[in-house]
Write a protein that binds this ligand. Structure first.
Ligand SMILES: CC(C)(COP(=O)(O)OP(=O)(O)OC[C@H]1O[C@@H](n2cnc3c(N)ncnc32)[C@H](O)[C@@H]1OP(=O)(O)O)[C@@H](O)C(=O)NCCC(=O)NCCS
Length: 162
């Protein structure tokens, strides 16, 4: 049965392949260092030592001007909005289209709800790698920020129940 955990040495990072080479090389070459440096947490979904998918999570800030004026006007001008970033999220091609992407996103959002209860945060931010993947996030309620078509946000208060 697939389980979530931190990135462990026994996981087969080298054979992970999601179709986007920068995400594969991130997992192989940078993920462990990013965790060590406190830049993010890496969450792995694995079956045995096989990595099915992963996502990264970190604290983040968003310029208020990135949000639609109707939302931005509720906050003090020039505020940097505290939020949470799902910096990377990927499923190995062997496991794509089997709902593992949804399972990863649901786990990330669940963790963010728990974090937000203790530490606040207005929204969740994701950076879609390309236009093709945007609809995956939009399906769960994410919308583009102003002036950056590949950066999407979802208010914590609008996180869907899975
Ligand atoms: C995008 C990705 C994470 C989706 O994972 P997946 O396991 O194949 O997706 P799921 O099976 O969980 O799909 C869940 C739902 O999202 C939809 N979906 C998946 N990928 C989609 C896409 N690119 N566009 C639109 N909808 C998509 C599915 O149709 C499914 O909808 P349904 O519940 O109505 O059937 C995966 O394709 C991937 O890792 N791609 C390469 C890396 C990448 O681009 N990551 C995103 C970087 S920001």
């Amino acid at each position: 049965m697939p389980v979530f955990s931190e990135l462990r040495p026994e996981y087969e990072k080298a054979s992970f392949s999601c179709g986007v080479s920068v995400l594969d090389s991130y997992l192989r070459e940078r993920a462990r260092l990013d965790v060590k440096r406190g830049l993010c947490a890496v969450h792995i979904l694995a079956e045995g030592t096989t990595i099915i998918g992963f996502y990264t999570l970190s604290a983040f800030t968003l310029q208020l001007q990135s949000l639609p004026p109707a939302i931005a006007k509720k906050y003090p001008t020039n505020l940097l909005l505290p939020c949470w970033l799902i910096g990377r999220l990927a499923v190995d091609t062997k496991f794509q289209k089997q709902k593992f992407g949804q399972i990863l996103l649901a786990d990330a959002l669940h963790n963010i709800v728990l974090l937000a209860e203790k530490a606040g945060g207005y929204c969740v931010v994701v950076d879609a790698k390309n236009e093709e993947v945007k609809p995956f996030y939009e399906k769960y309620g994410f919308r583009p920020v102003i002036h950056d078509n590949l950066r999407l946000y979802l208010p914590v208060s609008s996180i869907p129940a899975f």
